[in-house]
Design a protein around this ligand. Structure first.
Ligand code: G3H
Ligand code: ZN
Length: 280
């Protein structure tokens, strides 16, 4: 069934688990993720980012993901990830997303507040949940030239109060697109933030979080954990393997069977690590 963000992430934040938000790019990975969630009876978030809606336009992506969500036996939130401007976010709202993230984290504080508040007001009018980011999670590749700045607890509280958002993405040690699990979480900062903020906290760049850290991470008020790179790596590695195994095959349905199974397996492993099984 289709779910909004604040209900599933809010419940998770108050208990010792978190909901996984997996970056998906179309039918193959979205259906594999939902299959994993159904087998584990876990709520899950299908997160389409800007490259995804460039690849498959938002007026097709929205109905596709929503159709998968509505037919699922578990709560599935259809979420826009890292929307960069009002127009992109509102297009997602119009085309069936139940939740959106606006990312103004590269902007100065006041400008981030101003734009986030405007988007929260507009999206809420359509009953759509809003996540936004304070501090800046940044990217592992320095060539992208993106700001990386840890979230300040006072500033995070002000940001949430002044914008009216439903969930806040915080920067506490992860960066996006880590291919190895090398992130060190600043738990003291995370705890200081959660004392001041009542909405669920969101961790981005969680492909870089070591498996053994998740148990502690989900015992905080983190309610949503974003995983992209680890899933894409599973898909890509399995596809390479499939092409090696069947060099003459050209039928995509046959070639995608292995990668879809690999995505399902990785998603299931992460859902279990987040303590989310049986929470659907
Ligand atoms: O918003 C998406 C996530 O933060 C995914 O990050 O690709 O490093 O796992 P990741
Ligand atoms: Zn992210």
């Amino acid at each position: 069934m289709l779910a909004d963000l604040q209900s599933i992430a809010g419940r998770a934040a108050e208990r010792n688990y978190a909901v996984a938000a997996f970056n998906v790019f179309g039918f193959e990975d979205a259906s594999a993720v939902v299959r994993a969630a159904e087998l584990l009876e876990a709520p899950v978030i299908l997160a389409a980012n800007v490259p995804a809606i460039r690849h498959m336009p938002v007026h097709l992506m929205g109905p596709l993901l929503r159709g998968i969500a509505e037919r699922s036996s578990v709560p599935v939130c259809v979420h826009l990830d890292h929307g960069g401007d009002f127009h992109t976010v509102m297009q997602a709202v119009r085309h069936g997303f139940s939740s959106v993230m606006y990312d103004g984290s590269q902007l100065p504080f006041e400008e981030n507040v101003r734009r986030t508040r405007e988007i929260a007001k507009a999206a809420h009018a359509f009953g759509v949940s809003v996540e936004a980011e304070i501090g800046s999670v940044g990217y592992s590749d320095p060539a992208l030239n993106m700001k990386h700045e840890l979230s300040d607890p006072e500033e995070t509280a002000r940001f949430v109060d002044e914008t009216g958002i439903d969930a806040v993405a915080v920067s506490v040690g992860t960066v996006h697109r880590m291919e190895r699990q090398g992130a060190a979480i600043d738990f003291a900062r995370l705890e200081a933030i959660q004392e001041k903020v009542s909405v669920p906290l969101v961790i981005h760049g969680a492909s870089g979080v070591p498996d053994e850290i998740f148990e502690r991470l989900v015992s905080t008020r983190v309610g949503k954990i974003n995983i992209g790179t680890a899933l894409r790596m599973s898909f890509g590695e399995a596809l390479r393997e499939e092409l090696r195994r069947q060099p003459e095959e050209y039928d995509r349905v046959r070639l995608f069977a292995g990668p879809m199974a690999a995505v399902q397996e990785t998603a299931a492993r992460k859902i279990r690590l987040l303590g989310c099984g049986g929470r659907g």
